[in-house]
Design a protein around this ligand. Structure first.
Ligand code: ZN
Length: 120
């Protein structure tokens, strides 16, 4: 795809090939130096990098939440095993399990929602 530019000297429109982007060439009409603008590739690349970094951030949040849920599930299994058959235990889940579940489920959900919100 050619870049369409206007000569500052003769006001003629010139089609410059993309490979000349960011350089200066004499106008074919009047010979005045015409600078060919660079393509907006640099901005696009920066944008992609930002998206990748953001994506990694949300993935990390999901990972932390997910790990918390896994640990809570293991802890839950231990709690239930010790609580079953014990009539003195009226609530089978320990504080560690409860706290971990309360913390890690929202963290995981936030990670999921964040990834969806920013990246569709
Ligand atoms: Zn010109």
């Amino acid at each position: 795809m050619a870049i369409r530019i206007q000569c500052g000297g003769c006001k003629k429109f010139i089609n410059a090939p993309e490979k000349l982007a960011g350089t200066s060439r004499p106008c074919p009409g009047c010979g005045a130096a015409v600078s060919i603008p660079s393509l907006p590739v640099a901005a696009t690349e920066a944008e992609v990098l930002t998206i990748e970094a953001t994506s990694k951030k949300w993935k990390l949040i999901q990972l932390i939440g997910g790990a918390g849920i896994v640990v809570a599930t293991i802890s839950l299994a231990f709690d239930l095993r010790t609580a079953v058959g014990d009539p003195t235990v009226n609530f089978p889940l320990g504080w560690f399990t409860m706290g971990l579940l309360i913390l890690s489920i929202p963290v995981y959900v936030i990670g999921r929602v964040g990834a969806w919100w920013y990246h569709g």
